[in-house]
Ligand binder design. Sequence first.
Ligand code: HEC
Length: 192
Amino acid sequence: MIKMVVVVFKQVGLKMQLLLAIAFFPYFPVVAQDTGESLFKANCMACHTIGGGRLVGPDLKGVNAKYEKEWLTKFIKSSQSMVAAGDEQAVKLFNEFLIPMPDPPINEDQISTLLTYIKEQSQPIEEEITSVADVIEKPGQSSLVKVETSPDRGSFGFIEIILLSVMGIEIFTIFILISVVFMISKHINGLK
Ligand code: HEC
């Protein structure tokens, strides 16, 4: 008897593990993998915006078009090494901002992911969306443009309820009046 209980318990336990594994499976890669957005937020956002203007460092909008990818990767990896090595553009930047950009704790793959993210974020939204149909076809592409396709009409509003009850009372009153008139005319007819 105890053996049976143990066996059943084991099976249930195994199934629970399987169920948990299936339930959480889709989330693991998302948690484990760096996205450009999470990397940017964690390492760059304190000093940079993409299209939001200058902070501690320059606005990074369109930076991919300004420099070679190789230069950008090297600069992000260690900007001060480049300044020290006398790289013309790095020295010019440093002389303008006078604040050393710290070396972020990320590798080249992550820098590449970041650069792709900065490139994506640099694209003007106005060009991508040319009509309302575009917005509906590409939901989630623009966080700046919000289109109300269907205002919430799921439930009656307060005013609608008041109007409906007024209408109901009116119909009821008319009904009573008609029956009163009917009764009076019957009464009058009976008197004749
Ligand atoms: C502590 C603030 C700070 C942080 C954090 C920071 N930067 Fe910078 N960044 C700067 C400053 C300041 C400059 C201007 C150059 C200089 O002074 O060395 C700069 C310059 C740059 C440039 C050159 C821009 C241009 O228009 O020429 C790029 C690209 C850049 N940063 C990318 C990044 C990325 C990507 C991250 C995140 C991994 C990051 N930065 C994190 C401060 C920062």
